[in-house]
Ligand binder design. Sequence first.
Ligand SMILES: [Zn+2]
Length: 361
Amino acid sequence: MNNKQDELIKWLQEISEVPGPSGFERRVRDLMIRRLDGKCEVLDDKIGSVIFKKQGRAKGPCIMLAAHMDEIGFLVKTVTKEGFLKFVTLGGWWEQVMLGQRVTVMSPKGDIPGVIGSKPPHVLSAEERKKMVMKKEMYIDIGAADKKDAEERMGVTPGVPVVPFTPFTLMANPDLLVSKAWDDRVGCAVLTDILQQLDKIKHPNTVFGVGTVQEEVGCRGAKTSADVIGPHIAIAVDTCIAGDTPGMSEDQASAKLGGGVAVCIYDASLIPHVRLRDFVLETARAAKIPFQLEFSEGGGTDGGRIHLHAQGVPSIVLSVPTRYIHSHNGIISRKDYESTVKLILELVKKLDDKKLQELLG
Ligand SMILES: [Zn+2]
């Protein structure tokens, strides 16, 4: 691994490990601002999204690149008198991947560890073992002596956010990276990479790299940040489901780890703008960037909100395929990350007023 790759790995570790569930993205935002220190004009909406503006050599089309900073997590709802935390979920969780997992409780006094408690199988009846434990029956154990200890000494009160705890890990195949929150910190990393590289690239556009808030609870920051920018073209950079694991069929999810950037042809919130989609595919082919087509019948992204801004914005989603999305341990391929960065840079180079008119015409 050369130094540049090492540096990227460190950044991917930092940006994926930082806690930031929906509504509590500030630490992610601060990291992105630090990463891009002095390289862009920094704007914002009024609910926490961060907008990095990078002007090309002319005042060409405004391109909005959106990646959401929030990850799925939890919010403390009540503290029991014994000192256990009851919680609501932030974003889409499936019970099967929650029990027995470690979490980070973002106390105002500092992060503290917790465990989503579960009964050992030894005490369950044969009938109980077959049943799924529901979220509302679960709790987080922070090792508090009682409610007072949790609230006063540890600072954990209702309203405190919680995120999965997963140390970033390189797999035995060092191309594959395990961490929490790839959805969508890998998108945030794609954005910062692009904004850094744009310094060396000639193009006539105004590029807005946006770290949006609250995507996982309804793409809220996408709406407000599109209002700030008024984009001509939008690309949501996100993760998609990798369908290359046992039991998954191509019909459920077609993207594969290592197969290249995933170009969305359909999701439940957006039918990508057809001419823009074809332009993206043409560009990938011409630049020999590995890509694959992807669809999602059950999910949406920030693109679903942005394309309905004002009179409409031609939009598409480009994704990094991710295994075990919405769980503690996502896996991505560095190759897919790289082809996503390359393709977007190539698109920015090729876009100008004329191309925009062609797409709209
Ligand atoms: Zn996402």
